[in-house]
Every structure is written in structure tokens, then in C-alpha cells.
Design a protein around this ligand. Structure first.
Ligand SMILES: [Zn+2]
Length: 124
């Protein structure tokens, strides 16, 4: 990649992250109070293979490419990570909690499975 292309790429990355930070913060404001599950912070970054993760101190990491998914898919990943503050596993109790806040989650997961890999390969 030449220097100009690299600069454009960095500018796009910065701009998308600004947009996502605002979007995610309104999602967190909406869902966190419902269960009293507050992430300590949110980090939006390039991740090679994952859409989100939750650190041991409840720092939420989100893949910047979620900005290019449908809004309900982004919301699902935020809910998914928020619910991990209570359950650090994918137990039935965990999925029951996710279902309470996004009953359509299997469709979100199916979307990521069907289209997510292409997105990761294109820009990741
Ligand atoms: Zn998970």
C-alpha cells in the first residue's frame, strides 16, 4: 500500500471509530441500567478474528468493523459483551439473559456467520 492510501486508511479508521464510540455509548446507556451491568470502558479497535471481548476488569473491546454491520448486529454484540459481565461463559443462564434483551440473537449470529468473515478478510 502506498503512503497516500495508508493515510486514507488511517483517516477512515479514525473517523469510523469516532462514529462507533458515540453509537456504542448510547447502546451501553440503554442496556447497562437494565441489569446493572456497566462496562468499565469501551475500546474500539481492529481485531483479526473476533467481534468483541470482555477483559477481566470488564473493559469491553469491540471490532471497528461492526460499524459496517446492520445496527441490530452491532447492538447484539454490545448486549453479548454486557451480559458477560454477569456470566463469563456461554451457559444456558447466560443465553437466557441475552435473550431477555435481544430475543432475535440467533439471527444476529447467523448474519455474522454468513457475512462477517468476508468483512474481516476485506478490511481486517
Ligand atoms: Zn461470548
Amino acid at each position: 500500500m502506498d503512503e497516500e492510501a495508508l493515510e486514507i486508511r488511517h483517516a477512515l479508521y479514525a473517523w469510523v471509530r469516532v462514529w462507533m464510540r458515540a453509537e456504542v455509548s448510547s447502546l451501553v446507556d440503554r442496556f447497562s441500567p437494565l441489569e446493572g451491568l456497566e462496562p468499565r470502558g469501551v475500546r474500539i479497535k481492529a481485531m483479526k478474528t473476533r467481534w468483541g471481548s470482555l477483559g477481566p476488569k470488564n473493559d469491553m473491546n469491540l471490532n471497528w468493523l461492526l460499524a459496517f454491520t446492520p445496527p441490530e448486529v452491532l447492538a447484539y454484540v454490545v448486549i453479548h459483551e454486557i451480559c458477560h459481565i454477569r456470566f463469563r461463559n456461554h451457559s444456558k443462564a447466560y443465553w437466557d439473559l441475552v435473550t431477555r434483551h435481544d430475543p432475535m440473537w440467533p439471527e444476529r449470529r447467523a448474519w455474522l456467520k454468513q457475512h462477517g468473515t468476508a468483512l474481516l478478510h476485506r478490511f481486517g
